[in-house]
Ligand binder design. Structure first.
Ligand SMILES: [Zn+2]
Length: 262
């Protein structure tokens, strides 16, 4: 069995970076391949790395458009592509089935449009969920809508944690505890871009992402969901390094990261 790997399909914030896509990641180990979030522009990236019909599942962190709109593009990829023996499991937040039923009706003339291709499954936060050979745990984090960090454990015990969209909150370092790789959002250049009251906030600065990484004792931090640009990129890295002493990088679209203990 090979190592756990993370491939960046899209690392942009809600307003995509030039030439880039929204939130989407591919996690693989051996024959297992799972997509984390499926934001606009990411479905077309999947086939560069794995045949879409061979996916073991898709997991959606929360229902903001930049995290799930390309479920429609993935639906058509599977509907008109190579046949699968079974429908593709799509793991969604609690009450997500009713939400996607309404969404399917809006984008199609058929009721429950998505469900002839997707096997929709609502996850239970805090409970381990096996997808292929990987163990997923979905853990609530503070955002403007219900949002779930994803803790992914490979069969070699290595752990990847994806923050989802999150504000500074106790749930974030709890979810990321001891992770070998922490893929953490940094949608803000400055905290003044978010709501003023801490309880109303929904995103992180890179310094806050670094603080969460430090509190969680992670081995490595990968910043994502960030606004790119030459000055911005350096700002994210410099800011994160003020609060986190370990290795920090910006998630780069198309790049595959190997998750190892070293
Ligand atoms: Zn969001």
């Amino acid at each position: 069995m090979g190592p756990l790997t993370l491939t960046i399909l899209g690392a942009g914030p809600a307003a995509p970076n030039p030439g880039g896509a929204n939130s989407g990641y591919l996690v693989r180990q051996g024959p297992t391949a799972v997509v984390l979030d499926c934001g606009p522009g990411t479905a077309g990236q999947i086939a560069l790395h794995v045949p879409p019909e061979r996916l073991d599942g898709v997991a959606i962190s929360h229902f903001h458009p930049d995290h799930y709109f390309d479920l429609v593009a993935l639906y058509y990829l599977l509907k008109y592509g190579e046949r699968r023996a079974t429908r593709l499991p799509v793991w969604i937040p609690p009450d997500g089935r009713a939400f996607l039923d309404r969404f399917g009706r809006v984008v199609s003339d058929k009721s429950a449009m998505l469900e002839d291709i997707f096997d929709l499954r609502e996850y239970t936060p805090g409970r381990e969920t096996r997808i292929g050979d990987l163990e997923f745990t979905f853990l609530p984090v503070q955002h403007y809508v219900p949002s779930h960090a994803m803790r992914v454990r490979g069969n070699d015990g290595r752990v990847l944690v994806f923050s989802s969209d999150a504000a500074p909150c106790p749930g974030l370092p709890a979810a990321a505890q001891g992770a070998d790789l922490f893929l953490c959002e940094s949608a803000l250049l400055d905290a003044s871009q978010d709501e003023r009251k801490p309880e109303n906030r929904g995103h992180l600065t890179a310094a806050e992402a670094g603080a969460a990484a430090h509190a969680a004792g992670v081995k490595r931090l990968l910043i994502t969901h960030y606004r790119s640009g030459e000055d911005h990129d350096q700002h994210h890295l410099t800011s994160a390094r003020t609060t986190f002493n370990g290795p920090v990088d910006l998630a780069r679209p198309g790049v595959t990261y190997t998750i190892k203990r070293d």
